[in-house]
Structure formats: C-alpha cells, structure tokens
Write a protein that binds this ligand. Sequence first.
Ligand code: GUN
Ligand code: FE
Length: 429
Amino acid sequence: AFRAGLLRFDDEGRAQYDADGLLVTGPAPDGRQLVRAAGPYARLQGNFPGVAVESLPGRIIAPGFVDLHIHFPQLDVIGSPAPGLLPWLENYTFPHEARFADPAHAEALAGFFLDELLRHGVTTALAFCTSHPSSVDALMAESERRGLRMIAGKVLQDRHSPDGVRDQTEQSLVDTEALISRWHGRERLGYAITPRFAPSCSEAQLRGAGALAAKYPDVWIQSHVAENLDEVRWVRELFPASRSYLSVYEDFGLLRERALYAHCIHFDDEDRALMRARGAAAAVSPTSNLFLGSGFFDFEGAQRVGFLHGLASDVGGGTSFSPFHTMLAAYYVGREGQTKPGLSLSPQRLWWLHTAGAAQALRLDGVVGNLQPGCEADFVVLDPACTPLLARKTAAARDLDELLFSMIVLGDDRLVESVHIGGRPWIAA
Ligand code: GUN
Ligand code: FE
C-alpha cells in the first residue's frame, strides 16, 4: 500500500483526487496484481491491518498513461523534417523501417523503446511494428519480460511501398494469423491487425485483414486515416467507389469495436457518425499533426457526434514520448477552431483522454488507465517538486485544475519519479 496524493477517474470521466490518499494493491486469483482499494487515507487506513504502508510525502500517484498510437521502429525518425506526410514516409520512415528486416536490429531496439515509454510514464501502448514479423516477436518478448500490457502488430503494406518494407499479400495474412496465435492473450499481451493505411494495401490485403478481424473479434485493429490532404486525394483516386477515406475501411470490414484509427482529421459528420455507429475510436496525435503540418483534430466535432477518442504520441511523426507534451499539444489543437467560450479542453479532460479515456477507446476500461478497485496496478509516482518552477507552481495551485494544468504545461520525464507495472516497481535496465 502507498500513501500519497492519489488521482483516478469515475465512470463519467471526472477526476477524483485525494491530497492524502491510500492505494492498496493485491493479487487476483489469476496472479495479476490489481488495485484493491483507492481513496482517502483517513477513511481507508483501518481497513487493511497488517498491510505495510509506504509513505510518499509530496508525491502524486496517478494511473499509468495509455498511448493509443506509436511506432516502435520510428525511434530514430523523430524530428526528421519533411514538407508533409508522404515525402516524410518515403525519405525517412521507410528506409528506417527497412532496417528491421534484421531481427537483431529489432531485438536491440525493443528494450530501448519500452524503457523510453516507461521513463515517460506510459505503461500501455498500441504499437505499430514493421512489416517484418520478427519485429513483433522482438517487441512482444521484451514486453512480456517486463510484465507490460502491450498491444502490437505486424504492418501490412503490399503496394506503394519500397523494397525492404513491402510484403506479399498471401504471406502477410498467414504471418498475421500466426502472430495472433503466438501472442494474443498471452500474459498481458494483445495483437492488433495493422494495415498501414489504405494506399499501402491492395484490395486483396484489406479484404484478408477484414476476414481476420471478423474471425478474431477480440483482436484489435489499427491503421491511419484522413491525416493529410494529399493522402486523402490519393485515397479518392485509389478507391473511387468508397464514399470517403474512412468508408474504405468500412467497405473491407475494418471498422468495429477495438479498431483504432490514428488522426481522423479530415472528417465530415458522416465519417464521425460512422465511427460512432461502429464503436471505432480515434487515436489523436497532436504533436505529430503539428510537426508534419497535417491539420487539427476537431475535438468539438468528436464530442458533438460522440465517437470514442483518446491521445497518442505517434512517435516518430510525433515529437515526444511524453504524455505531458502530448496533452499540452492537444490543448493547443483544441484552441484552434474553438467555437465555444472557455477552455477548449479542461486539464481533467486532457488527463482522462490519455488514461481512462484512452483505455475506454481500447475497450479496456476498468483494466488499465485508472486506479479504481479491480484495475491492474500500473501506476506512476509523480514528483511535482522535480523542477524549481514546477515546485512553485504546484505548491501555489488552489484546486485540482490548477495542479493538473501546471503538470501538463511544465511536465516531462523528470516529473515521473517511478513507475509500477502490475504492482511491481520498474527498474530501468
Ligand atoms: N501513414 C502511413 N504510415 C504512416 C506512419 O508511419 N506515420 C504516420 N504519421 N502516418 C502514416
Ligand atoms: Fe502513425
């Protein structure tokens, strides 16, 4: 058990905060470490006689962050300048991903990638690997070693892709199914069927992906949609029969619950309504969208129509692993095009979108991204005095919004003092 400030969310997404809180964890019958109790220290302290309590004065315990979209092989792509998405893919991303044909390269980087996520307080992610199946094996094996709840998949891209990353239609589907059997549901791991984006997949490959998605309904789906205007135009040429870019995925059976689509920027209300009707979710990636000049996700539109969405780094189009940087960028993006008075996105909402709200988008609410009883015990310990300015700002905060906003605006990896995975402290290699 831990005594500290304690942040979690109720079912309506409202933050609950105890300045003097108690978090009690314990094993479930299946061996997972779960939250047993979370609440005010004064109320709970008598309920757990014999349980040792570690006091963390001045610290805040919060749910581990959930990153809804990130590319494992794009560590070294961060910060690569390009006029827009398509030249960025061609000149930087594909050449870097081609190096993952060598399994030793993927194995060498998997630990680095996961440690980078954890250092920044991210305990669950939905990750693209590369088209090489061994890149999935490398990331999954390292995730399992750390006890992480990770979801990842082999990228499908059998056309409009250079040698070195392009896969073969039939083999790519055989490989995907083999990876599902090997990894999905093993320990805390999950698999995601991963068509890169519509332009990089033949109709046969999209059809095959849709068939697998129907055969394995609890496997996730991840892709990109409506990120960039040149890309949207290209999709219109390639798939003239589909109503919109999003409809291409609908037409191949790739819109359903547990389907996560990165970006969702150039949408109309019919697209938004389709997302909602299918129970699919957007992985909003504001640092990537600002860096690549892709556009601005319409948070008001998403709320108005009511489709699921949460936050994501999209490293390496995204510029940071830090959930604090992503939340701040989401705030900026929400400001753009804002029509309602007041804050575009409240600090509580931003934080929820990267924790419990992101878990809901994955249909993992009550499992990760929160610290209610029954949730898996993945959490961060934040030190709000980690920098002189943050210490001043957080000490002067008069309410929860001011406290959270100080951390969103000024926070980075220094704020994350420690990380617990499944109730156990994570120690960097
Ligand atoms: N669209 C297709 N591939 C990618 C990718 O790797 N990153 C981003 N941001 N968009 C894509
Ligand atoms: Fe991406």
